[in-house]
Design a protein around this ligand. Structure first.
Ligand SMILES: NC(=O)c1ccc[n+]([C@@H]2O[C@H](COP(=O)([O-])OP(=O)(O)OC[C@H]3O[C@@H](n4cnc5c(N)ncnc54)[C@H](O)[C@@H]3O)[C@@H](O)[C@H]2O)c1
Length: 359
């Protein structure tokens, strides 16, 4: 789509030297998150994502560009609101944890559409965990039964604590019931959440974890179709937050649950190939989450309805997170300027700049 572009407000977005790009390292991201506070930042991120979902039509949208191998996937997730352009590089390699590596790592970039110059480069492994949790909680705020207090958290890997704290901060849960096939993951999550204000219950099966829970979050990593929840496990009125199924051939829920739940999705062309929706026929009904958030479509129909947020992670959520970081590092020590862009005195004398640097 072509549209007229205004330059971004230079004082807001560009470093004083336009060739220097603010860079947020993992170290600085950790400091920034602690400076703001995990829960306040989750609330802030949800507000940024919500604001961008309300202007959904403005964005260039495309399913992410995925390169699959037999061990994982590498993806690029681009979008633009016409003034800024953002993308995230992210991988998904379930076998990585066995080799001491993360399943998901990421970094991202925001650029000025008017000049094409990057205005932010940042780590996004932590930021993805934060934005994914903020998105889950934003969806649950609209879809989960009123007064939800308990969440079952199935899959206690890297995302688990973020998901739990976001549901506490935005939805008001006070109890999380943990389950993972690997008890060491559950122990790790329980340890990390001790002192968070949540009552943490470590469970030995998915069936035990869902007892009394109004919100069921599945966040497991596998490269295949799995059945983390079967139909008989899902009682009337619960909200399911299914975030682990996010690749072709990778799902978490039994088809019968998907068939009877009210389904809410991010960007349908992407969810169709990556989400639980891939199990369903073309005409299976769903609602786009942005429509619920903007008031164009209803959320939960009644207290008996099972609602399902079929989360796969969409580029606009990363764009919101990049926008948030850009706005919150200004005037702080939580970034460094990177010499990323060539900057010859005469824009056409790139070769001369190279030659002058010769020793
Ligand atoms: N929707 C999104 O926006 C989004 C964002 C980030 C990650 N993800 C996806 O979420 C998943 C989890 O990510 P992560 O970073 O926490 O991965 P991780 O590898 O750190 O953790 C996954 C956990 O799932 C557990 N697990 C696997 N199969 C299970 C089963 N059958 N029952 C219970 N537990 C099981 C593993 O033991 C592991 O502890 C990945 O598939 C990732 O691609 C989605």
């Amino acid at each position: 789509m072509e549209r007229p572009v205004k330059p971004l407000n230079p004082s807001e977005l560009q470093p004083s030297d336009k060739a220097l790009v603010p860079f947020v390292s993992v170290d600085n991201m950790m400091r920034l998150i602690h400076h703001i506070g995990v829960e306040p930042m989750l609330r802030d991120l949800a507000a940024y994502i919500e604001a961008d979902f309300k202007r959904w039509d403005l964005f260039d949208k495309t399913p992410r560009v995925a390169s699959h191998s037999d061990v994982g996937v590498i993806e690029l997730m681009p979008t633009s609101d016409g003034e800024a352009y953002g993308f995230k590089y992210v991988n998904g390699h379930p076998k990585n944890t066995r080799e001491g590596l993360q399943t998901v790592t990421a970094f991202g970039l925001l650029a000025d559409v008017y000049t094409g110059y990057p205005v932010l480069l940042t780590e996004m492994t932590l930021l993805t965990a934060m934005r994914t949790a903020a998105t889950s909680a934003m969806a649950a705020k609209y879809l989960a039964p009123t007064g939800s207090r308990t969440m079952a958290m199935i899959g206690n890997g890297a995302q688990a604590e973020f998901q739990s704290l976001a549901m506490k901060a935005l939805v008001g849960i006070d109890t999380v019931r943990l389950y993972d096939i690997d008890s060491r993951a559950t122990e790790k999550a329980a340890r990390n959440l001790a002192g968070s204000g949540l009552t943490v219950v470590a469970c030995t099966s998915a069936e035990k974890a869902i007892e009394g829970a109004q919100i069921l979050t599945t966040c497991t990593a596998d490269k295949a179709n799995a059945t983390i929840l079967t139909d008989n496990m899902v009682g009337a009125g619960v909200h399911i937050n299914a975030i682990g199924g996010d690749c072709p051939g990778k799902t978490e829920l039994h088809r019968d649950i998907v068939a009877r739940a009210g389904m809410f999705v991010e960007y349908p062309p992407q969810t169709r190939i990556e989400g639980e929706l891939q199990q369903m026929p073309e005409d299976h009904p769903f609602t786009e989450l942005w429509q619920v958030i903007s008031g164009a479509a209803p959320g939960r129909r009644d207290a008996q309805q099972v609602t399902l947020f079929d989360s796969v992670g969409f580029a606009i959520e990363d764009f919101s997170a990049l926008r948030y970081i850009r706005d919150h590092i200004r005037g702080t020590a939580y970034y460094m300027d990177l010499d990323l862009l060539a900057d010859p005195d005469d824009p056409r004398d790139l070769f001369g700049m190279l030659m002058r640097a010769k020793g």
